[in-house]
Structures are given as structure tokens and as C-alpha cells.
Ligand binder design. Structure first.
Ligand code: ASP
Length: 488
């Protein structure tokens, strides 16, 4: 029977999900509700009304003295009396917020919440296999390498690749934001005032990473799960298995190989559900995300997309072609299920099982390379995130100071962006959290982050796909160098 290739199925799922989500957003976000005392309004309020449109919400209530109050929530309005989000209204007018919570959610938001739960089931399945897959795969891979010298060499190559591509990504980001100057084009953005958060120091964040590599209790690391700890412990375990050698080496090798085969079979079964998972995840985002924010932040979105596009479609393919000697098109096709899932889920950790099975089953990379390069990459190699941090911070600086940061400050941004991307976890919005560190480093107020919150989800999807694409290209590069060595 004719069966569409998996990447086409996922692609169709993504398009269908987007179409459904956008349709819901455009047709069912409109809602006007009158609320009466019977609905449990606060005692001082006689009547209230909430009007939702796809771009803004108006809350109106009348108290016992006959005074009517109106509050408007619109994330992109320039009017200082308008609030950016319902959370920001809380301090000024808790009564309006309580009225708002009585009116329920629009149909689009309700459906979006359900879709997100259903798509979440697919992500849970991937999370379920992630830890055992990494452990068995990494153990088999390292035992296959056979010596700590082999591991050391692969480690150095992997880290060198990560460093080079991240720096290239950041340079591309800096170039794009200096060229497009999104913050100097009169972006019509309401500056959301959030509670100033304390930025962690960069040294602390990096030291945390170092500590994570020496887990006090490996079992705890497996449960958390903390991927860096899991990788460090598994590598140590496999290396010492090699040094013990003999029957022990054979026994551990057999168990790891058997476990890996089973985990791979489980992952392949879950991957068949990817088209459905992607459908629901994308529909949830598009149904609930107002479209107007994209117009207000259009130049910023353009700068980020240009830079991400350049890195993913030019820089990495050139490396693939000339260093790894692979056809970028064929390689991207082989990796497309993982890339589309990374895009829909905005989580490189969540996508990891799929990435691992794609490089081995579809791109023909050996288990030894894939099992080493990918888990490490999902944790510390984030080209898309590093690039994004650079663009976002310079955009905020342009808005705040009304000019570009001087070159010396841009270098500070570049180095902190690199380190922050190493520290960022492979989960949705992690990059946003780490950005506080960079803003702090160049003396920008952390609450300015509120400006870019509205579009972060969609840009997160794009940068996550680039993160996974860079990890995948890293596998091809390291593999080709290993093969060259073996032939020499
Ligand atoms: N969501 C990204 C990832 O999982 C991290 C980020 O927020 O940039 O790779």
C-alpha cells in the first residue's frame, strides 16, 4: 500500500495544525460576556462586561455608586493607560482581574488549551524514553570506541565544532541586528513592566554546570533528570567498564546493546505518532497567539529570522558540504522529522530521542558518534539560542538607549551570549531566562525583556529547530573526521 514518507506526514500535520489554529484564532477569539451578581461578582460590583477580540480585551464594570471603570489589555498598544497583560493589571485593579476570571475563556483559548494537553502526551512519550535511550546508547557507543583516547579525541572535536558554529551564529546575529536596526525603527511596543528579577551571575551559572558534571547522587540525576550529570556518569561508567575489561566488559556490553535495541524500537514506535503530535502542538500555539504582536515587532522578527535563516541555510550547509562532504539537502531531508518536531515543541531535550534515531536510522551516522555528540549537543550546543540572545539584547539596547551599543559592548554581548547558551536548558523559553544575565552584563534593565515576551514562543520554535539542526550537522562533521582517521 502507498504510504507517505514520515517527514511528509509530519509536514502535513504541521500545515493542517497551523491552518486549524489560525482559523480558530480568527473566528473564535471574539467573545463578549455580560456578568451579573449571580455569576459570583465581587460584592461591590453591580454589573460587568468583558469583550475579547483576537488582539485585545476590554473589561468594564459598574460599582454600587454607579461609577463605571474600563480597563483595556493590549500587548502592543502605546497608550500608557492600556495594560500589556492580565497579570500586569493585578496590582492596579484586582477587581477588574477578578471580573476577567469570571468570564471564562474564548472558544479558541479553550480549544488551544486542550490541543496543548493532547500534544503534550506525545512529548511525554518522548521524555519517557529519553533517559534510558541516552544511557544505553551512550554506553554502547563508548564501549564501541574502545579506549579513553578515542573518547578524548571525539570530545575535543565535538567541543571545537560547538564553539565554532556558536561563534558563527552569534556573528551572524550581530550582523543582522546592526543591519536591520529593529529597535531604531520606531517599534510600536508597549514596554511591559515586570517585577525586576535578580540576574544570576555568569560565573555562578557556569559553575553550576561544572558541579552538574559531578553528580553527588547519580540516581537523583537520573530521576531529575539532569542530562549533563547523566552524560558525565555514563561516560565514566563506560570508561571504567573498559578498564576493568574481560567478562565484565562483555556482560555490560551485552546488557547495554540489548537495552539499546529495545529503547530504539520503542522510540521508533513513538515517532510514528509525530504527525499527530505536531498537529496538536502547532494548532495550540496558533489558536492562542494573537497575530497583531507580530506586526508591532515586525522588524525584530525580521532580524531574528534573517539571521537564523542564514545560519541554518547557508553557514551550516557549507560546513556539511565542505567539512563533512555530505549533501546538505539529503541530510536535511533525513533529519526533517526531528527538525519539524523541534520546531513544533520548542524543546531540544524533548526532541532528543527523535534526533538520535534520525541520525542513525535515516542519516546513516554511527551509533558511536550519534550517542556521544547529540546528548551533549542538546545540553550545551545551542546556535539558535546564542544567536537569538545576541539579537534580542541588541534590539533592547537600541530601544532603551536610542542607538546601537558600541563595539566593545557588543563583544561583551557576544561572549556572554555564548556562555548563556551553554547554560540554557533544552526546554521552551529557556533562552529568555538566560537573557537576564546578558542584560545585566551590559547594564540594561531586566524588565525590558517584557517587550519581546509576546513573540518569544514563535521565535523559540525557530531557534530550537536551528539548535537541533546544528547538533545534527555536528554528528556528520565528527563522523567524517573519525572515518578519515580510521582510513589513515
Ligand atoms: N527552547 C530552546 C531549546 O530547547 C532553548 C531556548 O529557549 O532557546 O533548544
Amino acid at each position: 500500500m502507498f504510504r507517505l514518507a514520515l517527514h511528509w506526514q509530519i509536514f502535513i500535520g504541521m500545515i493542517a495544525g497551523s491552518l486549524l489554529g489560525v482559523t480558530l484564532n480568527l473566528t473564535c477569539s471574539q467573545r463578549s460576556v455580560k456578568i451579573t451578581a449571580a455569576d459570583g461578582l465581587p460584592k461591590t460590583i453591580v454589573s460587568a462586561e468583558v469583550n475579547d477580540s483576537s488582539s485585545s480585551t476590554t473589561i468594564r464594570y459598574t460599582d454600587k455608586e454607579g461609577k463605571t471603570t474600563e480597563r483595556i489589555i493590549d500587548p502592543v498598544s502605546k497608550n500608557p493607560d492600556v495594560f500589556a497583560s492580565i497579570e500586569m493589571l493585578e496590582k492596579t485593579d484586582p477587581i477588574a482581574v477578578s471580573v476577567y476570571h469570571h468570564h471564562g475563556r474564548s472558544f479558541a483559548k479553550q480549544v488551544g488549551a486542550w490541543f496543548s494537553k493532547i500534544g503534550g502526551l506525545f512529548l511525554r512519550m518522548l521524555q519517557m524514553v529519553a533517559v534510558p535511550l541516552i544511557v544505553t546508547s551512550l554506553t554502547t557507543g563508548i564501549l564501541g570506541l574502545g579506549s579513553s583516547a578515542g573518547i578524548g579525541r571525539m570530545f575535543r572535536r565535538t567541543i571545537l565544532y560547538y564553539l565554532c558554529t556558536s561563534l558563527l551564529a552569534i556573528s551572524t546575529g550581530l550582523f543582522a541586528v546592526n543591519l536591520v536596526r529593529p529597535g531604531l525603527r520606531g517599534a510600536e511596543v508597549k514596554q511591559a513592566v515586570t517585577e525586576p528579577a535578580e540576574a544570576a551571575s555568569l560565573v555562578d551559572v557556569l559553575f553550576d554546570q561544572l558541579e552538574a558534571m559531578i553528580p553527588k547522587n547519580p540516581l537523583h540525576a537520573f530521576v531529575a533528570p539532569n542530562y549533563l550529570s547523566i552524560i558525565a556518569f555514563t561516560v565514566a561508567f563506560a570508561l571504567f567498564t573498559i578498564s576493568v575489561g574481560g567478562a565484565t566488559l562483555e556482560r555490560v556490553g551485552n546488557i547495554a546493546t540489548a537495552g539499546f535495541e529495545v529503547m530504539m524500537a520503542m522510540t521508533m514506535a513513538i515517532i510514528r505518532l509525530a504527525p499527530l503530535g505536531v498537529f496538536f502542538l502547532i494548532a495550540a500555539v496558533t489558536a492562542t497567539q494573537g497575530m497583531n504582536v507580530f506586526f508591532a515587532l515586525a522588524w525584530y522578527v525580521v532580524a531574528v529570522s534573517l539571521a537564523l535563516g542564514f545560519h541554518a541555510l547557508i553557514t551550516l550547509p557549507l560546513i556539511l558540504k565542505f567539512v563533512a562532504k555530505r549533501s546538505p539537502y539529503e541530510y536535511a531531508k533525513a533529519m526533517s522529522p526531528a527538525l519539524l518536531t523541534a520546531f513544533s515543541s520548542a524543546s531540544s531535550n524533548g526532541t532528543l530521542p527523535l534526533t538520535m534515531s534520525n541520525v542513525e536510522e535515516r542519516a546513516g551516522i554511527s551509533n558511536r558518534t550519534g550517542s556521544f555528540v547529540l546528548p551533549l549537543g542538546a545540553t550545551i550546543n545551542m546556535d539558535g539560542t546564542a544567536l537569538y540572545e545576541a539579537v534580542a539584547v541588541l534590539f533592547i539596547a537600541q530601544l532603551h538607549f536610542g542607538m546601537n551599543l558600541p563595539a566593545s559592548q557588543q563583544i561583551v554581548v557576544a561572549t556572554t551570549a555564548l556562555l548563556a547558551s551553554v547554560g540554557a536548558a533544552g526546554i521552551p523559553h529557556a533562552g529568555l531566562v538566560m537573557m537576564a544575565i546578558i542584560l545585566h552584563a551590559v547594564g540594561l534593565p531586566i524588565e525590558m525583556q517584557g517587550v519581546i515576551l509576546a513573540v518569544d514562543r514563535v521565535l523559540d520554535m525557530a531557534r530550537t529547530a536551528v539548535n537541533v539542526w546544528s547538533d545534527s550537522c555536528g554528528c556528520a562533521v565528527v563522523e567524517s573526521l573519525e572515518v578519515k582517521d580510521a582510513a589513515a
